[in-house]
Structure formats: structure tokens, C-alpha cells
Design a binder for this molecule. Structure first.
Ligand code: ADP
Ligand code: TRP
Length: 330
């Protein structure tokens, strides 16, 4: 229990889509549940970050509620973790400003996320440039010490540490320096076409899609054109790559053996994959659908999360305001 007190794990997820997919679940969300069993954990639904790309107010609200339901459905418990909406604690914007005043401009201009955004769009809003500052504010406002993120977020974490250090150098020891927790093992989850599973490629399996749709999509996963009799290689097969995330070691060994022996068509491997996904996801799907039919309860969870987050933020901001010289005059 002592350990639970020492570390604070925080991660942020953008409510930028109507539904999460298996890539999000396996690559990020599932791990938060495990971490929340070991550490004090905060899951922040970062709607202010999502505003850099989502400009439909109703969609943003709906995505937020759906993401909250998704976290609860996969096993995150409000008694073990604070689940809240970023915009409910407005101090994060105030802290963003104090940090911006310590954030070297060159650092923001070098962010790969900004470069990616510039490559994708003709006009890049300045929210995208401030994105890493707002993220640093999320992390530092709650004095988080461990931040689980995908490898793509590594640079943002380095920036957070750098700005925290600069702030501490200028004003004294205000912030702990957060450590990234980067899962190298999971890697990138492949989609139906073998590329990274992503909502922007439309190659995903929605985490809570109904089972008929899941089956249809699994049957569409791209494989090579070997015939039933041919020996096959599980290690280069998109179906098997996904199967590994849902099947036990024994099941994996048994299916790999069938691949190598020949005499098994890809249809059979796909059916095994579908069944393994269903086994894990279907209880979560039922829970998700139940939660989504009770939006008031979801709002209560977020309101309670916001109240608890605000308490932590209030303590941090009192020392931050004092440190920078705003707040009380005398
Ligand atoms: P998308 O690529 O569908 O837009 P996001 O960028 O919103 O997904 O990702 C949200 C979270 O899910 C991030 O932490 C990201 O690292 C993780 N994630 C998304 N897609 C994958 C994937 N294919 N494999 C592993 N992790 C993923
Ligand atoms: N930038 C993160 C992403 O796109 C989301 C995020 C915002 C975040 N604030 C955070 C992640 C704080 C970890 C901690 O995935």
C-alpha cells in the first residue's frame, strides 16, 4: 500500500473519435487497467487536446461520454482511479500559460507532432503548436510521476521533463520530474490491411462493435494467397499477429502448429481469431452498452472524478501561483 502512495500514474486520451478500436485497447487502454491495480492512477479524457482537430461540439461531448464508458467497461474502477474530463479542471489552461513562459519556442517548433500536422494540413492552428505545453500541464498539474504512453509520445514526455526542470530552476522545486512508461513489447497493432490499425485508415475493428461486424471484419483481414494444403508462416500472418493478443500460449502454439503443418485454410485461423476476440471482448461490450444506456451515471462518474482532480490541482496551483508571483500580493 505504501507504494500506492509514492507513485502517481497519469495518462491522457483524446476523445477524438466516436469509438475506440482494438489498436487503442491493446496498445494503450488495457495497460492502464493493470497499472491502476498497482498505483494511484488518473485517466484524463483530454477534450481540450481534441479541440485541435474536433470542431463539432456535440461530437466532442458524445466522444467524451463514450470514452468514459469504454474505460469503465474494460475494467477501470472509479474507486481505484480518477477518471475525469480535462476541461472540468480549468486550472490546466492557467498552468499551460505559466509553462509556456518557460518553454523555449525552438523546442515547440521541433516537435515531431507539429511537423506531422504541418505535413497533413495546409493550415495548422496554433493549438497544435501548444499541444505539448498543454500535455505538460496535464502531467505536472497532478504531480504525476509515471506516464504510460506509446512510443510516439516519447518526445512530448522529454519536453515535459525539460520544462519542469526549467520551471524548477527558475522558481525552486515545485514539480517532480515525471518518468515515461513506454511499452516496447506491444508494438504497433496491425489493422485489416496489415498497416497500423488506425481510424484514419479505416482498417480497424471497433472495440465494441457488434459480434456480426467483428466477424465480418476478421474475415476480411488480408493474408497471402496460399491454398489450404500449403504450409504457412504464422509469424508473417496478420491473422496470427492479432491472435497472439487474445489467445493463451497453448492456443497460440496449437494454431502455429496447424499453420506450419499445412492443410488448414486461413478461414479456419480467422474463425479461431474471431472466437478469441469474442471471448475477451463480449463481456466488456455488454458492460459498455449498459453504461451507454445510463448517461446520467456516466456523468456522475466524470463529475466525481473532476471533484477529486480539482482537489489535487488546487494544491499544486497554490504553490505554482506563489512561486511565480501571482495570487496573493502580500
Ligand atoms: P488513431 O491512430 O486511430 O488515430 P490515436 O492516435 O487516437 O489512434 O491513439 C490513441 C492511443 O492508442 C495512443 O496511445 C496510441 O499510441 C494508441 N494506438 C492507436 N493505434 C494503435 C495501434 N495500431 N497500435 C498500438 N497502439 C495504438
Ligand atoms: N498526447 C497524448 C496522445 O495523443 C494525449 C495526452 C494528453 C496525454 N495529455 C496527456 C498522454 C498526458 C499522457 C499524459 O496520445
Amino acid at each position: 500500500m505504501a507504494e500506492k502512495k509514492r507513485e502517481l500514474v497519469l495518462s491522457g486520451v483524446q476523445p477524438s473519435a466516436a469509438q475506440v478500436h482494438l489498436g487503442n485497447y491493446l496498445g494503450a487502454m488495457k495497460r492502464f487497467v493493470t497499472l491502476s491495480q498497482q498505483y494511484d492512477t488518473i485517466v484524463c479524457i483530454v477534450d481540450l487536446h481534441a479541440l485541435t482537430t474536433v470542431w463539432d461540439a456535440q461530437a466532442l461531448r458524445e466522444n467524451t461520454v463514450s470514452l468514459a464508458a469504454a474505460y469503465l467497461a474494460i475494467g477501470m474502477e472509479p474507486s481505484r482511479a480518477i477518471i475525469f474530463r480535462q476541461s472540468d479542471v480549468a486550472e490546466v489552461c492557467e498552468l499551460t500559460w505559466y509553462l509556456a513562459c518557460q518553454f523555449p519556442l525552438g523546442l515547440l517548433e521541433r516537435a515531431t507532432s507539429l511537423k506531422d500536422a504541418k505535413a497533413k494540413a495546409k493550415v495548422v492552428n496554433s493549438g497544435l503548436m501548444y499541444y505539448p505545453v498543454l500535455m505538460a500541464a496535464d502531467i505536472l498539474l497532478y504531480r504525476s510521476t509515471k506516464v504510460p504512453v506509446g512510443a510516439d509520445q516519447k518526445q512530448h514526455l522529454e519536453m515535459t521533463r525539460e520544462v519542469a526542470q526549467k520551471f524548477n530552476n527558475a522558481y525552486g522545486d515545485v514539480f517532480p520530474l515525471p518518468e515515461p512508461l513506454i511499452e516496447e513489447d506491444t508494438g504497433v497493432i496491425v489493422g485489416l490491411d496489415g498497416r497500423k490499425m488506425s481510424k484514419s485508415y479505416d482498417n480497424y475493428i471497433g472495440l465494441f462493435e457488434d459480434s456480426k461486424k467483428v466477424r465480418k471484419k476478421v474475415m476480411k483481414i488480408v493474408t497471402d494467397s496460399k491454398s489450404v494444403e500449403d504450409e504457412k508462416d504464422p509469424d508473417t500472418c496478420n491473422v496470427f499477429t492479432l491472435y497472439k493478443f487474445f489467445a493463451s500460449q497453448q492456443e497460440q502454439a496449437a494454431l502455429a502448429e496447424k499453420y506450419r503443418a499445412g492443410g488448414m485454410g486461413y478461414g479456419e485461423a480467422k474463425q479461431a481469431l474471431f472466437e478469441s476476440i469474442e471471448r475477451e471482448i463480449s463481456p466488456m461490450r455488454d458492460k459498455y452498452n449498459d453504461l451507454m444506456s445510463r448517461p446520467d451515471d456516466l456523468r456522475d462518474v466524470l463529475a466525481d472524478g473532476a471533484r477529486r482532480a480539482r482537489e489535487i490541482a488546487g494544491v499544486t496551483m497554490a504553490s505554482v501561483r506563489e512561486a511565480v508571483g501571482v495570487g496573493s500580493i502580500l
